[in-house]
Design a binder for this molecule. Structure first.
Ligand code: SF4
Length: 302
């Protein structure tokens, strides 16, 4: 199959919008989408320091690699943060991959672990519990990333969320009927104590991210987290993949529909004022942040 733009051999077919792309045009299109996403939300400004959350998986590898390329001629500093949740037989490999990509690009990498920060590995936190491990993992990882990004003096915190993640999150909140949480998912204005998060890959489908890593020689095979199948997200992911293959463009339209809805709801749902956690001083809604609340729970169970 030929590329839709040149005589080169196509390495991917984008069913939506119906294009065949050779390696060069695929990489160019990928980086253009990331650049457009950065430009559209004025995500990165000159002289800023961007902390990039790098797990060592394909999404964060593609994120660090593409930002390093796209921002090469701008006065922007990149620094990488890796959080080791403490998941036996899984995280060790991805941390190696995180070290490798940061080393290859000459970007400073800071590694923090749940054990050092909170006194427990994730495996220990969730042992024998019915609650989905992702709930604990998500709360502590967000907490750790925000704290660390502040410690490093970062202006923004970039994460590797892709189009599939975004569509899944919107759909999960629809399914739960959780409108409040859905509205919290909008891009937010700056809040004291909270490093603004940016998602430069939010317009790129997951399967293109793996291909981008492969053609740039930075793909490293990694196993799926052993807890991934225990979450609602895993079922929603399968459902969205099935719908996408039947109706190409479903993921994009799910995210677009959500954006239209939030634009209409503008003003009706004011952004919540955050307080400081009385334990750790991180931003929170109640008196204790979710991480300190869960830590209290874990101490009581000991
Ligand atoms: Fe954490 Fe869940 Fe992701 Fe595993 S799948 S790394 S437990 S959020």
């Amino acid at each position: 199959m030929k590329c839709s733009f040149c005589d080169g051999r196509a390495i991917i077919t984008q069913r939506h919008p119906g294009l065949h792309l050779c390696k060069e045009h695929f990489v160019e299109g990928f980086e253009r989408r990331v650049e457009e996403t950065l430009a559209c939300g004025s995500m990165v400004k000159e002289k800023e320091k961007i902390a990039v959350a790098v797990s060592g998986g394909k999404d964060s590898t593609a994120l660090l690699f593409s930002l390093h390329r796209i921002l090469a001629n701008r006065e922007v500093e990149l620094v990488a943060i890796t959080v080791d949740e403490g998941i036996a037989g899984y995280r060790d490999d991805t941390i190696k991959a995180a070290r490798a990509i940061a080393g290859q690009l000459g970007i400073e990498l800071h590694i923090f672990s749940f054990r050092e920060e909170y006194g427990y590995d994730l495996d220990e936190m969730v042992h024998g519990k019915k609650v989905a491990p992702c709930t604990f993992c998500g709360v502590f990882r967000k907490h750790c990333l925000n704290k660390t990004a502040k410690r490093l003096g970062a202006d923004k915190l970039a994460t590797g969320h892709n189009l599939d993640d975004e569509a899944q999150s919107v759909m999960m909140n629809y399914l739960k009927g959780d409108f409040e949480r859905l509205m919290r998912f909008r891009p937010r204005r700056a809040q004291p104590g909270l490093v603004p998060r940016i998602k430069p890959l939010r317009a790129v489908p997951e399967k293109e991210i793996a291909l981008y890593c492969m053609v740039n020689g930075v793909f490293s095979e990694s196993r799926e987290c052993p807890y991934a199948n225990l979450s609602l997200r895993a079922d929603v992911r399968d459902m969205m993949n099935r719908l996408e293959s039947l109706f190409p463009g479903t993921k994009q339209s799910t995210v677009r529909g959500f954006e239209k809805m939030t634009a209409r709801a503008q003003g009706s749902y004011a952004q919540m004022q955050l307080a400081s956690c009385r334990q750790c001083a991180e931003p929170c809604v109640k008196q204790l942040c979710k991480a300190c609340e869960l830590l209290e729970q874990l101490k009581q169970e000991k």
